[in-house]
Design a protein around this ligand. Structure first.
Ligand SMILES: [Zn+2]
Length: 150
């Protein structure tokens, strides 16, 4: 297993800021090294990172949590679109409803991969120790040496 390609011990580690967690999540890349792809197709996912070996699915049903992100964002966008369209722009309700319904059906499908990736990346940010457990033992030792918190 190759942990780091450039010899930098800090190269393969959980995101150290929320910004980095979001960048890695939105780029659909491994949350630890930022290099390995999460998806091989539209919805088919790699089981682990091809670069650092990090196991993406940390337990059975792990990605169920990504539905909170997907559902939450869909609801938020739908609600604010309706409020702004109806009360600020004064668009007729019969005009808005079909568009909002179409959005509610298509957005979660389009955002599916990003919701999973964000869920994984944010989980690694907030649970750094748990994230390192997804690495092979030699990888864990390498990453733990870079953290004084462990
Ligand atoms: Zn990786």
């Amino acid at each position: 297993m190759q942990i780091k390609e450039d010899g930098d011990p800090g190269h393969c580690q959980p995101p150290d800021s929320l910004g980095q967690a979001f960048r890695r999540g939105l780029s659909l890349r491994c949350p630890l090294c930022g290099g390995g792809k999460l998806f091989t197709g539209l919805i088919s996912m790699e089981s682990s990172c091809g670069r650092c070996g990090f196991r993406y699915e940390r337990g059975p049903g792990y990605f169920l949590g990504s539905t909170y992100i997907n559902y939450g964002l869909t609801t938020l966008l739908t609600t604010w679109t309706y409020i702004i369209g109806r009360f600020v722009l004064e668009i007729d309700q019969r005009t808005m409803i079909p568009g909002i319904v179409a959005f509610c059906v298509t957005f979660p499908v389009v955002f599916f991969r990003y919701a999973r990736s964000l869920w994984l990346s944010l989980d690694c940010y907030f649970d750094k120790e748990g994230a390192v457990e997804g690495l092979a033992p030699e990888g864990q030792e390498s990453v733990k040496k870079t953290f004084k918190d462990f």
